[in-house]
Design a binder for this molecule. Sequence first.
Ligand code: AHM
Ligand code: MG
Length: 354
Amino acid sequence: MNQGKSSGAPSVAPRVIVPDSLGPGVLTIQQHILHEQQRFPGASGEFSWLLSGITLAAKMIQAKVRRAGLTDILGAPSGEVNVQGEVQQKLDVYSNEVLIHCLKVRESVGVLASEENEEAVLVHQGCENAKYAVVFDPLDGSSNIDVNVSVGTTFSVLRRPAGASLDDPERWVLQAGTEQVAAGYVVYGSSTMLVYSVGNGVHGFTLDPAVGAFILSHPNMRMPPKGAYYSVNEAKASGFPEPYQRYLQRLRSGALGDYSSRYIGSMVADFHRTLLRGGLFLYPPTASHLSGKLRLLYEANPIAFLAEQAGGIALDGERRVLEICPDNVHQRTPLVTGSIEEMYDFMKFMGLRL
Ligand code: AHM
Ligand code: MG
């Protein structure tokens, strides 16, 4: 039989269509990231590899969080405080170590900055060619750790600025939130969910503990245009600037609709509800934190990026959070974020035009 060897035609591998009975219904976060990467011509896969470091860390942290009451991981190590002067919990310290461990071996990562470390640190391995900095709060909602209430992890990925030297890691991270190339959070709640964006919408993945993979459960998340909840630490309201106090009175008055309050005290969990159900999350300036309590780079910026990507708005009370040019790694900011209708109403009430 003529095998076609003499014709000179290139041999063509027979085309086999592999049946996929699961169909597109089961998409892991790794598959999703690879798919997103195809949008960037010339993408080398480094970015996907970086994000897989975050998903690995998230799985390791959630495993510890899930067993927290069974192991000696609750509470504070003797007398440790972080750079904010706040008591560090053992889980804070563990989560920080896990993220550093999982990210520092990614060659594309040059600089890491964390709520738990005083300075932005240069990652030694492979940083000559490194393209990215990653900033994170390893475990947000520390006051909730010991009482079995949802906590989270927030992260933001920034591109190395042109000409930024290895001697100046701060320059890598002191960038406005508009420069984020990816941002997201993990919420360790009734399930573990990772929500992220690379600037092409917001996508949510639920960890399937039986499989050990984050599975796409919430594609193209959109914040409802209006909600029925507002979320703020009302116990501190007498220390809020007076316009905020009057605005809360407006929300309670029913002028904008019938609202209930919800406040968990873990920003990630409070924002996650706001993303799914709409409404407002506020952390205004207070008597003890005149610039607000939340940290700009690794708390407010990722949340603001996701809020805008999902069709919401995020302000520091005066301007877009994402437009703030930081001068300090641990800089704080007020944060008001939520659905478009409530945020327009807030802006009108405060006399803001953006
Ligand atoms: P943390 O990083 O020490 O956990 O602090 C941040 C948390 C946020 O998750 C939350 O929104 C806020 O602090 C709660 O603060 P408060 O107890 O003052 O309401
Ligand atoms: Mg924290």
